[in-house]
Design a protein around this ligand. Structure first.
Ligand code: NDP
Length: 450
């Protein structure tokens, strides 16, 4: 996205297209990285000779399986399960599980590919992986979700473990689903292997701050970007946060704690605009406790507006934090954001901005923090959960949040300095891709041809 792909990388990219037909999100994620790393290959010719890029683009292992389960009417349902164990150069595969009807191999591979570099950026010993299913938890009863999760784990358990592969949550997978899957893993293996899943409940091995970590971390990252632009802060800034799930909720919470005002959030049906500032307790009640839709917000806050099918990026803001899903900001949305005075974009979601949108942000020279850097706080805190599980310890909220804040600060600094070193000062896309890539590539080069 920042540099042109050189001829040799073009060949690699064409090969990726040919070997992975139809997986458009995966192509997009690979392309973005290949467009950034040209300058690294001039500095480290051994990466080219060892075909590190060709090897990174190919997952180490891809598992696809049938997930049969019975709904409340007694009818048999069949979904498809995935786990892509992408790269273990830096540690056990680590990455979430997504339950959403749009999930197919191309989505899991894009997320797994991004995860390799994100996990490398955290500086922690975790490889990259991702998984999920085309199961739709929306509208399902607790019992249906439990039966699905048990069936999903009945296959997955043989592929995971605290030193092999450690899944967590993502879209459609929160504490409830992790609990059901952990229970089934324990039952099938007869082992209390706490570090096999992260995002667990606090009473059985979960870590304080894990629930908040992705949103808090993304907000800390934006705070660092604002600071780098000239001692700016969130104080008094108008912000918009797309989505109303885990990442969105805790992004809103931290923005407010840092003095900002969030005027809009959303779900896949529509947008809530509340000029007085989104009432977070109400969003938590509706989404976390009652599992309702965001449109119900206006039942309780009459002054707010619900825009059915609306576009959140039309709401003017100084800071935008996309926290819903991939490709939710296109070129037009990005241009509108910039025109309306947006100075910083921090991605809580994975790949929420299209390549055209990224170009608009970079050309406008606003602070643009790509997901693989900005939302790395979630997986970083998962790694902290693994550390606590390994030592049978549990840390305080304050200590864990401080660790998270420090990690985000270090990721920001690493991206900033790397971008500058490779001639793209202020470009966090280049900084994140190169810094993440170098760490993984060096480890792969040390491991020989594996
Ligand atoms: P949740 O399932 O908790 O929430 C997802 C939110 O995004 C919901 O409000 C949902 O609305 C909305 N959404 C999902 N799909 C779409 C869509 N196609 N169009 C519009 N809105 C949509 O997921 P998370 O908050 O955990 O994840 C959000 C993003 O953050 C994802 O990109 C995920 O990969 C990324 N992420 C999550 C991490 C985590 O720790 N959870 C870590 C790092 C990244 P609706 O209810 O209508 O579907």
């Amino acid at each position: 996205m920042a540099n042109k792909m050189d001829e040799k990388l073009q060949v690699v990219y064409q090969d990726v297209l040919k070997r992975n037909p139809g997986e458009v999100e995966f192509h997009q994620a690979v392309r973005e990285v290949l467009e950034s790393i040209g300058p690294v290959l001039s500095k480290y010719p051994e990466f080219r000779e060892g075909k590190i890029i060709e090897r990174i683009a190919e997952p180490e292992r891809q598992i696809i399986f049938r997930v049969p389960w019975q709904d409340d009417r007694g009818e048999v349902q069949i979904n498809r399960g995935f786990r892509v164990q992408y790269n273990s150069a830096l540690g056990p595969y680590k990455g979430g599980l997504r339950f959403h009807p749009s999930v197919y191999l191309g989505i899991v591979k894009f997320l797994g590919f991004e995860q390799i570099f994100k996990n490398a950026l955290t500086g922690l010993p975790i490889g990259g992986g991702k998984g999920g299913s085309d199961f739709d938890p929306k509208g399902k009863s607790d019992n249906e979700v439990m039966r699905f999760c048990q069936s999903f784990m009945t296959e997955l358990w043989r592929h995971i473990g605290d030193v092999t592969d450690v899944p967590a949550g993502d879209i459609g997978v929160g504490g409830r689903e992790i609990g059901y899957m952990f229970g089934q893993f324990k039952r099938l293996t007869a082992r209390y292997e706490a570090g096999v899943l992260t995002g667990k409940g606090l009473d059985y091995g979960g870590s304080l701050v894990r629930t908040e970590a992705t949103g808090y971390g993304a907000t800390f990252f934006v705070q660092e970007m604002l600071k780098a632009r000239g001692a700016d802060t969130f104080e008094g800034k108008t912000c918009t946060v797309s989505g109303s799930g885990n990442v969105a909720i805790y992004t809103i919470e931290k923005i407010v704690q840092l003095g900002g005002k969030v005027v809009a959030c959303s779900d896949s049906n529509g947008v809530i605009v509340d000029e007085k500032g989104i009432d977070l307790e109400l969003v938590k009640q509706l989404k976390e406790r009652e599992r309702r839709r965001i449109k119900d917000y206006v039942e309780y806050r009459k002054h707010a507006k619900y825009l059915h099918g609306g576009n959140i990026w039309e709401v003017p803001c100084q800071v935008a934090m996309p926290s819903a899903t991939q490709n939710e900001i296109n070129g037009k949305d990005a241009a509108l954001l910039v025109k309306n005075g947006c100075i910083a974009v921090g991605e809580g979601a994975n790949m929420p901005t299209t390549p055209e949108g990224i170009k608009v942000f970079l050309d406008a020279k606003i602070a643009y923090g790509p997901g693989k850097a900005a939302n790395a706080g979630g997986v970083a805190t998962s790694a902290l959960e693994m550390q606590q599980n390994a030592t049978r310890d549990s840390w305080t909220f304050e200590y864990t949040e401080k660790r998270l804040a420090n990690i985000m600060k270090t990721i920001h600094q690493n991206c900033w300095e790397t971008a500058e070193e490779f001639g793209s000062k202020g470009n966090y896309v280049v900084g994140a891709n190169i810094a993440g890539f170098i760490r993984v590539a060096k480890a792969m080069a040390s491991h020989g041809l594996v």
